[in-house]
Write a protein that binds this ligand. Structure first.
Ligand code: ZN
Length: 117
């Protein structure tokens, strides 16, 4: 990093600037450790958001596909396809409800973990 006062390049671990003696961001015990732990929780949040979006999109796509193809299967009187589409719709609904429950449980767990720190 660079000194905020004189602009000289100094060690990232330096507490004060060796050139002019001005305290750096590391002064007053503000080490890099809390910063890295907040970065970790940021990664956890990003991962959980991705997992959450995926868990909503996948059943939604299955649900829409089932809705689109079921009338076609009914129209051509294709009994196996109709049953598959009906099953796909119900599996999507069940998966969707399950993903909501899991995301709530996961959110509570993450909040509990952050609260423990
Ligand atoms: Zn300096």
């Amino acid at each position: 990093m660079f000194c905020s006062k004189c602009g000289k390049e100094i060690s990232d671990d330096a507490v004060i600037c060796p050139n002019c003696g001005v305290p750096t961001n590391n002064y007053n015990g503000a080490s890099t450790k809390p910063k890295s732990s907040s970065d970790d929780s940021g990664n956890v949040n990003t991962m959980s958001i991705v997992a959450l979006v995926m868990s909503f999109i996948i059943p939604l796509v299955g649900f829409i596909m089932g809705l689109i193809y079921r009338p076609k299967a009914v129209a051509i009187d294709d009994e196996p396809s109709r049953k598959k589409c009906t099953a796909a719709i119900w599996i999507s609904v069940a998966y969707f409800i399950l993903s909501i429950i899991l995301s709530i449980v996961y959110s509570v767990a993450v909040v509990g973990m952050i609260g423990a720190f």
